[in-house]
Design a binder for this molecule. Structure first.
Ligand code: GTP
Ligand code: MG
Length: 176
């Protein structure tokens, strides 16, 4: 029997944020449902993809996971070209990575398309409370100030990840 195929929306998603905040881990959790404990820095960028079915449409997330290390920063604008969604990721156990969110947002504003949709993600929410340096409310306030979607996630446990992609996918489906 032939299945009925749904209309397809393809979206280019770019993931940015400081080195080590868990960008690759988030992408791997979403596309492969796995987690790698040891840190292997991304060189340049890496690509992965996953399809999610919504009520009457299918969304293909084409994900460009960029490198956060300073020496790769100049490459980010190249990946932002034609992007539909950007995830700006910080690590809830690193206030520094949170402080740098502003400069990532500036990059998106400067080099991303005018209609780029942005989401702010506070990752590593599985860590012990005493390691947390960024209270949830601080993340919420920053997101509110910039009109961004906000969610806390754990690439390690998977917490929040399905929600992020379902919420973003729903917005895309509604907007079409
Ligand atoms: P760059 O590629 O250098 O920009 O780093 P990245 O942002 O891609 O970070 P990556 O995903 O490589 O993760 C860095 C380290 O943090 C790794 O050791 C991961 O195992 C760890 N990590 C990532 N996400 C989480 C998480 O949600 N919880 C915990 N506890 N550790 C995480
Ligand atoms: Mg990486």
């Amino acid at each position: 029997m032939n299945g009925i195929s749904l209309p397809v929306i393809k979206v280019k998603m770019v993931v940015v944020g400081d080195a080590g905040v868990g960008k690759t881990s988030l992408a791997v959790r979403f596309t492969d449902n796995s987690f790698i404990q040891h840190y292997k820095q991304t060189v340049g960028a890496s690509f992965c993809s996953r399809t999610l079915d919504f009520k009457d449409k299918t969304v293909v997330f084409n994900i460009w996971d960029t490198a956060g290390q300073e020496r790769f920063r100049s490459l980010v604008p190249m990946y932002l070209r034609d992007a539909g969604i950007a995830l700006v990721v910080y690590d809830i156990s690193s206030h520094k990575s949170f402080e740098n969110v502003e400069s990532w947002l500036l990059q998106l504003q400067q080099y991303g398309p005018r209609d780029l949709k942005c989401a702010l993600i506070g990752n590593k929410v599985d860590l012990e409370d005493d390691l947390r340096e960024v209270p949830t409310q601080e993340g919420e306030l920053l997101a509110e100030g910039h009109g961004l979607y906000f969610e806390e996630t754990s690439a390690k446990t998977g917490e929040g990840i399905d929600k992020v992609f379902n919420d973003i996918g729903s917005v895309l489906v509604e907007g079409c």
